[in-house]
Design a protein around this ligand. Sequence first.
Ligand code: XMP
Length: 430
Amino acid sequence: MKQDMIVILDMGSTENTVLARQIRDLGVYSEIHPHDITPEGLKALNNVKGVILNGGENRVVDGVAVDVDPAIYDCGFPVISVDHPTAKCAKQYAELPNDDEMKKFLFEVCQAEANWNMKNFVEDQIEAVRRQVGDKKVLLALSGGVDSSVVAALLLKAIGQQLVCVHVNHGLMRKNESEDVVEVFKNQLNANLVYVDATDRFLGKLENVADPEEKRKIIGGEFIRVFEEEARKLEGIDFLGQGTIYPDIIESGTKTAKMVKSHHNVGGLPEDMQFELVEPLLQLFKDEVRECGIELGLPPHMVYRQPFPGPGLGVRCLGAITRDRLEAVRESDAILREEFAKAGLDKKVWQYFTVVPDFKAVGVRNHERSMGYMVVIRAVNTIDAMTATIERVDYDILEKIADRITAEVPSVNRVCFELTKKPVATIEFE
Ligand code: XMP
């Protein structure tokens, strides 16, 4: 490993990820570990240069007051406390969420080097993957989402044709999305890619199913079944690649988080299919994953893709899915994305999409009364998707989008803009 590391011991603060980000932004790699790490465990980590104790006001984890093993102070690393002074660690560095104080600690006290960057990270991970996998094969479900695409690109660099990617097109992808996965990974990067068009199978299972949770269950379950069928056709696979990222493992801030989440990630695959996991993005925050994707040469539109739910357009074609309304969602979404990109809003708005409700409205087309679908546009901003505000999209842009959708998608005769924040609405309609 090339990078020096600062270890943050989680003593119950909600600010640990902010601290880790601040340190990484100053060029030093940082990881969060549980407060009860043993001195041996701490010493076994690579290139530790210093330790920060952070427990917020109370130093409480899962309702219990905590402290570190006193032997942690004698491991030979500088230890500071950013919450409150203790007998062993008298100085309170309350100003450490401040860069100058942090720099003093990192570079003067700990003598750390600012050597955390994507180039080093990629080189380290390629080496680590090669060591872990040897001459064996790795299977990867390549959805085309940011995390799976970046994992694919990294594994491809590390092990080439030993990586087998499976892309399942469930028929609920956005316009050209599956084609793009094939173009980038198979045609341009020469990946070993199995493309499965399971559109008919998914739409068949979803016929007449209107309940959103039921739709989600069918899509998720069927996805696992298709992936499993493809995996069984392949021979000699020992490893499963996963796009697990850092927030996935530190989400709950407790030491059990990693176990719960990685179990969840493999959940769904049958028990007789035993794979060892390869998770090269485990250390990265989301924006670092994107940076890594750029470092690996992936196209920016793939790396800066907005969040897209697993059930895809299935939860945007409201109620029971029909092919004509699904097409209306897909085409209107493509127009919305095109116009947002032209206006530079794709870089500003967190998530934007269209939905089509399952009823028709009266309209006039070619001087005749006609019934058509209604498209609803949603454009929201959020930090963590728990709450969301509405992007105040310029009226001229909205009008242009409405004109284009009604002109280019003949089944649509109305376009609306959604004004409701989360809460009380959710971001998705289903
Ligand atoms: P809501 O609708 O709950 O959405 O406000 C919050 C964020 O989660 C995404 N979302 C999903 N993502 N599977 C996913 O992978 C799902 O079933 C799902 N439902 C919602 C949504 O797009 C938004 O970013």
